[in-house]
Each structure stands twice: as structure tokens, then as C-alpha cells.
Design a protein around this ligand. Structure first.
Ligand code: ATP
Ligand code: MG
Ligand code: FE
Length: 336
């Protein structure tokens, strides 16, 4: 089965081709990061316009690289939420038009499900059930993956997403956008014990996250140092902040694996690219006989291949979308 996958939920225009859901024939990604950098974040209207300009070329590239023509496609998977409504509409309308013109089934995909499914592409032997920590630019969830497309949500963030926290702290220190990769790199040169930022666990048995208190603590620290004319060692602040985030993420995920008796933990979403998070999760899981899996960096951040994988499993389960499918900017995980 050949799946054409389309992703335009934020600032990546991406189209890919998958064979039987898990084998990438192509995965073209055009990032708009340079365009949005000067604003310190994604400007929705600019993103939509750029998607429109780019998407035709990306389709050509994706088909060429996969060495197929449009007639070889069996189905079309496209992100319909969550994300920026204008950005989503570009890819969704494009997918619907293709599905109509080619008379092929359309499968609307939840972007967050896509992030989870990146792990199925990376690890051909991986099968549910397992625990998944999803940490992206706009979402943070702890989920038990019961089966393909079947989710039990154990916890979620009550305020900022993990990636959002990285981006905001980087912005406060004028480090650039997106902040996650920059803080990850700086952390390697810094002392994680330099500043004792709070670890926010909420109620003892909670699997929810909260990062806004930590963000305030870092901002207060930066202001204090400035007021007192004291040095700010960016490497140390980055390392101390990152450690406060990843300790909580790792400890809660291990507790979830214990609760669910799961000996597999997967990490998904843009923050799954974080080397500190990967390392700490592996270190702590090792002694417990738990296997930790995450996608390669290019499959952690937004890409169409992960959407194609989620769409493939929906398709073989008979979950096909109508052509009047609309974009749902605040689509929740588990909603169809
Ligand atoms: P969502 O998927 O929630 O809709 P999004 O699609 O904008 O949001 P992703 O593409 O999944 O988010 O991930 C982007 C986020 O990942 C950004 O916040 C970025 O800072 C973060 N990120 C990327 N690489 C790293 C890294 N090495 N360490 C920490 N964070 C990272
Ligand atoms: Mg992006
Ligand atoms: Fe994403």
C-alpha cells in the first residue's frame, strides 16, 4: 500500500511517500524557520502564505524521490489538527483536492498521533502496547498506547508545553529560535547543578506536567542577576533549566511504565530530539529492564512521513474521512 502524506500544521511544509505505513520512500521537508526567526516565533499568516507557495514543489520532489507517479498512490493522509488553522487548511485543501481528482481515499490524521507513530517508522519491530512521552512545541502528554490508534491518556501539561518552555527561556536569554536545540547544545558546556530551579511534580500520584512555574523561576533568576549586576553564565542557566525539565519528564514516565507494567518507553515530538532527555531516560530505565526508543532527530520534529504512518493504520482499520473534513485547530489526542 502506497500512502501519500501531507503535513502543514505549523511552519514545515512536508510531503512524503510511504510503503506499507512504515517504510519511507520519500519525506521532503521545507522548513520556514529562517522566515520566522526575525519574529522570534511562527507568524501564522506568514506561515500559511509560504505553505501555498511551496507545496506544489514539495509534492513534485516527494514523488520524484519515491520514483512514483500520482496514479500509484493508494491513499492520502493529511494532518487536519491540531495546529494553526490557516496553515492546516493549506495542506488539508490540497489533500482533499488530490483525493477528489484521483478518486483515492482521504485519511485525516491527528498531528500528535503522527508524532507518536514516528517511532513505528524508526523501529520496524516496535509494536503496542507501550508507554509514550510526547513532548513537542505545543503539547506534552504521557500516554499508554494500547494498540495502533488506541490511546489512554495518563497525564498532560496544565500550562506550557515542554518545547514551549525551551523556546521561551531561549528567547529570554536572546539565544535565538527555536530554543530547544540551542539550549540542548549549550547545556553540554554548562553545570546542571549551578542553579537549583524547581522540579514541579504536582500531586504525588499525578502524571500531569506544569512548566510555567519553572519558566517564572528562570526569568526571576535572570532579572535578579541583572539587577545585582551579577554575571549570567548562559551555559549554566541552560543546563540547570534543562535538567529541571528532563528530571520531571523522566521520573513521571518511569512511574507510568511501572503502573502499566510496560517494559518499553518511547519518546516522541520535537523535544524527543533533546540529547539530555534521551540520555537520562536511558540511564534511569536501564536498571529497571526497560527499553527506551525514540525517533531519529529528523523524525522527531514535524514531517509528513509520521503522518503517513498514522494514516496507514487508520486506513487498514477502515477509518476513512469524508471530503468535507475541516481543519480542527485544537484537536485532542484520541479524538477522531
Ligand atoms: P505540536 O507538535 O505540539 O503541534 P510543533 O509541531 O510546533 O508543536 P514540534 O515540531 O513537534 O512542535 O517540535 C518543535 C519543538 O521542539 C520546539 O519547541 C523546539 O524548541 C523543540 N526542540 C527541537 N529540538 C529540540 C532539542 N534538541 N531539545 C529540546 N527541544 C527541542
Ligand atoms: Mg516547526
Ligand atoms: Fe509537531
Amino acid at each position: 500500500i502506497i500512502t501519500l502524506a501531507i503535513e502543514t500544521s505549523c511552519d514545515e511544509t512536508s510531503i512524503g511517500v510511504l510503503k506499507n505505513g512504515r517504510e519511507i520512500l520519500s519525506n521532503r521537508i521545507s522548513s520556514q524557520i529562517e522566515l520566522h526567526k526575525k519574529f522570534g516565533g511562527v507568524v501564522p499568516e506568514v506561515a500559511s502564505r509560504k505553505h501555498i507557495e511551496t507545496i506544489d514543489y514539495i509534492l513534485d520532489d516527494a514523488l520524484k524521490e519515491a520514483n512514483i507517479s500520482l496514479n500509484d498512490i493508494d491513499n492520502i493522509a493529511v494532518t487536519y489538527g491540531p495546529g494553526l488553522v490557516g496553515a492546516l487548511l493549506v495542506g488539508l485543501s490540497y489533500g482533499k483536492a488530490l483525493a477528489y481528482a484521483l478518486d483515492k481515499p482521504l485519511v485525516g490524521v491527528n498531528h500528535i498521533e503522527g508524532h507518536i507513530n514516528a517511532n513505528f517508522i524508526e523501529h520496524p519491530e516496535l509494536e503496542p502496547p507501550f508507554v509514550c512521552l510526547i513532548v513537542s512545541g505545543g503539547h506534552s502528554h504521557l500516554v499508554y498506547i494500547k494498540d495502533y490508534g488506541e490511546y489512554e491518556i495518563l497525564g498532560r501539561t496544565r500550562d506550557d508545553a515542554a518545547g514551549e518552555a525551551f523556546d521561551k527561556i531561549a528567547r529570554a536569554m536572546n539565544l535565538g529560535y527555536p530554543g530547544g536545540p540551542i539550549i540542548d547544545e549549550l547545556s553540554k558546556e554548562g553545570n546542571k547543578d549551578a542553579v537549583n530551579f524547581p522540579r514541579v511534580y504536582l500531586e504525588e500520584d499525578s502524571f500531569d506536567f506544569s512548566f510555567s512555574g519553572l519558566k517564572s523561576a528562570v526569568l526571576n533568576y535572570l532579572n535578579n542577576q541583572k539587577q545585582k549586576d551579577l554575571d549570567i553564565v548562559v551555559e549554566d542557566v541552560a543546563a540547570s533549566f534543562q535538567q529541571a525539565v528532563i528530571e520531571v519528564l523522566v521520573n513521571k514516565t518511569l512511574r507510568a511504565a511501572n503502573l502499566k507494567n510496560s517494559n518499553i518507553i518511547t519518546i516522541a515530538g520535537g523535544v524527543a530530539a533533546n540529547e539530555g532527555l534521551r540520555k537520562l531516560m536511558e540511564e534511569k530505565a536501564k536498571g529497571l529492564g526497560i527499553d527506551v526508543k525514540y525517533p531519529s532527530k529528523i523524525l522527531c520534529t514535524d514531517n509528513a512521513a509520521m503522518i503517513g504512518c498514522a494514516g496507514y493504520y487508520d486506513y487498514i482499520k477502515g477509518r476513512i474521512s469524508d471530503l468535507d473534513l475541516n481543519a480542527v485547530p485544537n484537536l485532542k489526542l484520541g479524538d477522531k
